[in-house]
Write a protein that binds this ligand. Sequence first.
Ligand code: GDP
Length: 289
Amino acid sequence: MTIQWFPGHMTKARRQIQDKLKLIDVAIELLDARVPLSSRNPMIDDILQAKPRLIVLNKADLADPRATDRWISFFSARGHACMAVDSSSGTGVSGILSRVQDLLRDQLARRAAKGVKPRAVRGLIVGIPNVGKSTLINRLAGRSIAATGDRPGITKGQQWIKAGPGLELLDTPGILWPKFEDQEVGYRLATVGTIREEILNVEDIAFFALRILSDRYWEALAARFGLEEAPDDPDDTGEIVSLMEEIGRTRGALRSGGLVDLEKVSGIVLRELRAGKLGRLTLEEPPAQ
Ligand code: GDP
């Protein structure tokens, strides 16, 4: 699904989520564990207001586990319940239920004290496109549900999905926009494949990715592509171009005449990075508290 985010769409998206907030007890804010801050909606606090919230770092299978721990500490220190999952395989997903119940413990106790008949906790998954909202909904539901409402011509009301004992989710997630104003954010999202490549130039994205990887994960990069020497300065354009040329030569990405085909090299680097072939990588660190 591609969404062109214009101001009108953002207003509409925000209003749709705010309407849904009235129906739910808890919001599950889904982020990409490889780029937790870049995959975050810039207005999320304002949109969710005081609604109890669980932050779930998804795609943890592709992220650096130590960095994921640092991100969990970061969000926890800011008062948010936070955990990591892999919705594709389901690792960690069953823990969502108990975290949600912890979060709502007081509220549930108050309800019980008033004699209100217990009912399932109601939740909404929110996040930017491609963070894995549908995958998580399907995983929690134990069957394929999400995205059916996106088909044109099918209109249906809100439906609750049973997502485990005592938890129900709205069947359509809340879709939010990323932070567009910051170019680095755009490049990080493009590197992990969360925003469409056509928006940015593929060579620029690969260049950006190699700059981060040389700095943070040189050994994994060198091992994967048979690279000899780490750049002295990852911010030096010439050194990154040399890396691209070296990869092009080892992978045979050459044009006629023997020149390295940078577009092809870029495709190789990004494809393998996104498929986890370079190991588990996180592209950004939590800001200093
Ligand atoms: P949505 O737009 O937020 O609903 O995202 P989707 O559920 O469509 O997921 C986007 C892509 O990410 C799909 O190709 C999923 O298979 C993949 N994906 C989702 N969750 C995970 C995860 O935890 N790990 C991995 N490796 N891939 C995931």
